[in-house]
Ligand binder design. Structure first.
Ligand SMILES: C=C(O[C@H]1C=CC=C(C(=O)O)[C@@H]1O)C(=O)O
Length: 417
């Protein structure tokens, strides 16, 4: 654990309004940035005022909340903006599997943010603003292309994964469970160290509707919002059920209509909605879930999507809500416990942060957390890319493989341009 904040005396945190910062991602100095950006709005951070590895186990979210309470409680905050995401902020990534190592929380030294026409800068620590390297100098600090990318299988080859999908579908037909989400990994090796900022820039440009994120090497552009808390209000975008993009607008329309009419995909989506409803309802005084999903069209795929809104009954922080919701059936399955056991048994890989919660939280408990999909874990010249899909009793392994390939394309685009 490394905690600079509050170990000896309270560290100052200062938030000041700033003029339009332009492209938030283009401002990032250093190659290990923090980011949560959608449609040009969001937060980017750099440097580390405090960092902790969250111990694995069922109490990990409670442990994280305790750590955050100490860190935020020890800060001396001067916040001239007073909005969700101003004042001290922690970025975090939690592993999909509660028993896996790798969950992390980081309070950056500097955070630059923009929302609703307002922009602000938060600095943490004694160093005056001028001594922080605040913005990237594109001449002295250019974005570096990774060069040629070679791909290799991760834990399972494509035929092996299809076999695993077939086994899972059989177990579903036999009644052991209703749904399971299975994923696979690819290993990408570049000629040069991978500059995360370049990946972020490409992802945000190509997938503006998605949440482009970066936390401790986990990088991606996820369309799935696990939870946003703004005061008492919460919202979630539940996704499950996928088809490829078509060959032109008419084909897109036909595929979208077929997705909406597909019993397999509707059932897959209903499992995901049910898990969100079940975990959110006890925390909320009101909760709205739509009767019918709609279509979300992304550059690589189309999804069934349901926008869920609610009002929290008490003072649960966004991390408390994340703890209750993870893993939803969009990334685990139904019933949850059985699905997790099947994933551990069949996938043969550590998902790390893929399909886990990723996002940020402020000192008031507001924040935004996504499900880390369409993502990769970047370390030097290597990146492990992840993609999967919901398996039902009537899943066709080759169609599931094609769906995973379409989802891999997000990170392949980020690496190759
Ligand atoms: C598991 C993934 O997607 C989930 C989210 C949306 C649609 C999904 C599906 O249709 O299978 C998955 O539940 C992934 O992108 O790796």
């Amino acid at each position: 654990m490394s905690v600079a904040l509050g170990t000896t005396r309270p560290l100052p945190v200062r938030t000041t309004p700033v003029g339009d910062p332009g492209d938030l991602l283009a401002s990032l100095p250093g190659t290990a940035p923090y980011a949560w950006v959608r449609n040009g709005e969001g937060l980017v951070g750099w440097g580390e005022a405090a960092r902790v590895s969250v111990p694995p186990g069922p109490g990990r979210f409670a442990w994280a909340r305790q750590w955050l309470a100490t860190v935020f409680g020890d800060a001396r905050v001067d916040d001239a903006v007073g909005t969700p995401g101003s004042g001290p902020v922690a970025f975090g990534s939690f592993t999909f599997d509660e028993d896996a190592r790798g969950s992390v929380l980081v309070v950056p030294r500097a955070v630059l943010a923009r929302r609703g026409g307002h922009a602000w800068l938060t600095t943490v620590g004694e160093a005056p603003l001028e001594t922080l390297s605040l913005l990237r100098d594109p001449v002295r600090d250019p974005l570096v292309e990774p060069g040629r990318i070679r791909y290799g299988d991760g834990s399972l080859s494509a035929p092996e994964w299809e076999e695993v999908v077939a086994r899972a579908a059989k177990r579903i037909r036999e009644g052991e469970l209703e749904k399971v989400v299975l994923a696979r990994d690819l290993v990408a090796v570049a000629e040069r160290p991978i500059d995360v900022r370049l990946l972020l820039t490409r992802l945000a440009r190509r997938f503006p509707e998605c949440y482009t994120f970066s936390v401790a090497g986990l990088v991606g552009a996820t369309p799935e919002l696990l939870i946003r808390r703004t005061g008492q209000e919460v919202e979630s975008l539940v996704l499950a059920g996928t088809t490829a993009r078509g060959d032109g607008p008419a084909d897109d329309l036909a595929r979208g209509a077929a997705l909406l009419a597909s019993a397999k995909d509707r059932h897959e989506h209903e499992c995901a909605i049910a898990s969100v409803r079940q975990t959110l309802a006890p925390l909320c005084s009101s909760l709205e879930t739509p009767d019918e999903p709609e279509l979300l069209m992304l550059p690589n795929v189309q999804h069934l999507a349901s926008h869920v809104t609610g009002r929290l009954a008490d003072g649960a922080s966004v991390l408390d809500v994340v703890a209750a919701m993870h893993p939803t059936a969009a990334v685990g399955g139904t019933p949850t416990r059985t699905a997790i056991e099947v994933i551990r048994e069949l996938e043969g890989m550590d998902r790390a942060g893929y399909a886990g919660p990723v996002g940020w939280i402020d000192a008031h408990g507001d924040g935004e957390w996504g499900i880390a999909l369409r993502s990769g874990l970047v370390r030097g010249r290597r990146a492990r890319l992840f993609a999967g899909g919901g398996i039902m009793g009537d899943s066709d392994p080759s169609a599931e493989l094609a769906e995973a390939q379409a989802k891999f394309r997000v990170m392949q685009y980020a690496l190759e341009g």
